[in-house]
Each structure stands twice: as C-alpha cells, then as structure tokens.
Design a protein around this ligand. Structure first.
Ligand SMILES: [Zn+2]
Ligand SMILES: [Zn+2]
Length: 332
C-alpha cells in the first residue's frame, strides 16, 4: 500500500510502498477514504511532541471502511464505515481508566503518534476505540469531526455554560466549536492573527458576532475563552478578555511557553485549564450531536501524495477550515 512515513522529525514525510498491516485481536483493518490533517500532526512531524514511534504513519482523524476483521471483533462487520480518533487504546486498569478519565490513562496509545495512523491506504485500529460515522456526512466532511470536532467539543464542555465565548484560533476546531456554541445560543467572539483579514471574514461567515485580532479586547467581558492556537502568549491576553469567574481553556496538545503575567489578571476567580485527549464517551456524545445541529465542516482536500504540501499550508496558517487527505475516493 501507499503510505506517507515520518522517519525523522523535522524532515518531510517520505512516500513509500509498504505491506498493508494485518489486524490483531479485537482489531479491524480499514481501507482509508479520508484522513484529516490535525495541528497535532504538525507537532509530531516538527518534533514538538517528542515520543513518536518511528518510523511512523501519522494521521488520527481517519474515516474508512472495514476491510478485514481480526480475531474476536464483534462491533463491526466488513464494509461498515468507521472513524478512528487520536485515542487508540487504553489499559482499562489504571486509576484514571477506572474513574472515567481514560483520556488520562497512564498507558494510553495514540493513533498517528504511538500507533500507525491514517496517512496511508490502509490502517488497523482497535474496534473498541472506533466510532460509527453519521450517515449525513461524506468521508471528507466527517474526518475533521474525529479530532477537531471531538477535542473541540471536550474543550467547550470544559468552558462551562457561559453565554459569551471567545475562540482564539479559528481553524479546524474553532470553526466546528463555533457551530456547536451557536446551536447552544451562545455568542461567539473570534480572535484571529492580527492582520489576518481573511480569517476574520471566515469567522464572521460562521456567525461570530465579533471578530478581531488576538491583541484586541472584545467589546464586553467574556464568560469563557478557548485557545486552539499553540501560542502561549495568548493565555494572558485571554485572561484579560474574560470577566470575573471566567475560564480560559487551552485546547491544544502543545503550546509555546506562557509568558509571566501579573496575578491581578488571574484574580477574581478566573481560571486556566487544559484539555487532554478524549474519552470514548466524548466521541459518542459528539457524533450524536453533530448531525442534529448540523455541524458543517469546511474542508480543503489533498491527495495522499500531497501530504507534505497540506502540512506546509497548515503550518503557514493558510488553511481555512480543515485540510483532508482523500484516499481510495473512487470506492467511497
Ligand atoms: Zn489506563
Ligand atoms: Zn488532532
């Protein structure tokens, strides 16, 4: 099969012809139809996430059809459409797993990071961590739901029920969360890179009631802010934008250092927290909610061979919505 492989962080991916993987116990083999390109993939490829398996097939927002069943598979049959997210396996035994926090499992394995992922024509996944994909989505439209959507949703839940919500970074996750928040009758304040007029227009098209540069303050104090951009300098800016008791949620897996800031902008019961990974429950909840809203994903598609270009465009901030690699499209 054709696969795009990371040999060394910091280098472009290598196009290779490798044997397709065989499913083990409770695993399914999946013919990949679409795999979205996540910001976390960039952190893996660029070496900011430091413990990838190598060589690695990246990609953790996979939509495809079950091609073969491993031993003991009960949830899916050949031909079923499934989605594979970042959380690829958990131990089920550690204190986090037993307390409903499998996202924090001590021994968790992650798709496209410590397990091979979806930048390939086939992949394998543990059936217990796969999701069914709502029928109303095409493969390419569904792919960004699997991380941008799920982690975005987890971030939104963490942000509480406040009405005025700030979003820093209006990419794949931001544009999905905005739609869920709108459905929940919240007001969206979109913060984009200073000077990025196109991003502002994109945010307003998604019915943000205000869009401005991340260095600006919103017209009213916010109840909560979610930071999707991997920029630590946004944390103090977001703290200044939220009112008393407000919360700032950091939704990414990696962020540059947070600069020091005066205690006064944290005082009055403001808080900062992060969101790590996802639980299967987040996935089930979000996959049930998305088609009801319905969440629409803006996607820009690339062929598997053009993965490096998709990564470069994402790194340069030149993707509006989500980049999706489309593979085996002819039999979708
Ligand atoms: Zn565990
Ligand atoms: Zn991701």
């Amino acid at each position: 099969m054709l696969a795009m492989i990371l040999d060394t962080p910091g280098k472009p991916l290598r196009k290779a012809d490798i044997p397709s993987p065989n499913p083990g116990t409770r695993q399914v083999s999946i013919r990949v139809h679409a795999c979205a390109v996540c910001r976390s993939d960039l952190h893996v490829v660029d070496g900011e996430l430091t413990r990838p398996k190598l060589p690695l097939v990246p990609g953790h927002e996979i939509v495809g059809r079950v091609a073969e069943l491993g031993a003991g598979v009960t949830r899916f049959k050949v031909g079923d459409r499934v989605g594979v997210p970042w959380l690829g396996w958990t131990c089920g035994e550690c204190s986090y797993c037993r307390n409903g926090q499998e996202n924090l499992c001590d021994r968790a394995k992650f798709t496209g990071y410590t397990l091979d992922g979806g930048y390939a024509e086939y992949t394998i996944a543990d059936e217990r961590f796969c999701f069914s994909i709502p029928k109303s989505y095409s493969d390419a439209e569904a792919a960004p739901l699997l991380c941008a959507g799920l982690i975005g949703y987890r971030s939104l839940v963490k942000a509480g029920n406040g009405k005025r919500l700030g979003l820093y970074g209006f990419g794949a996750a931001g544009h999905i969360v905005a739609q869920v928040a709108k459905f929940q009758q919240r007001e969206i304040y979109a913060f984009t890179r200073p000077g990025d007029e196109q991003a502002k227009i994109f945010a307003l098209k998604l019915r943000a009631i205000w869009a401005g540069g991340s260095n600006e303050l919103p017209p009213e104090a916010l109840d909560a802010a979610i930071i999707f951009a991997p920029v630590g300098g946004l944390v103090p800016l977001a703290l200044k934008a939220v009112g008393k008791g407000g919360i700032v949620v950091c939704g990414g897996i990696h962020m540059s250092d947070i600069p020091s800031f005066p205690y006064s902008i944290l005082w009055e019961e403001r808080s900062i927290c992060s969101v790590a990974n996802l639980t299967r429950r987040d996935g089930e909840e979000f996959m049930a909610l998305a088609p009801k809203i319905p969440v629409r994903t803006e996607v820009e598609t690339f062929s598997l061979e053009d993965t490096n270009e998709a990564l470069n465009r994402l790194r340069a901030g030149k993707i509006y919505g989500a980049a999706v690699l489309v593979t085996n499209a002819s039999d979708a």
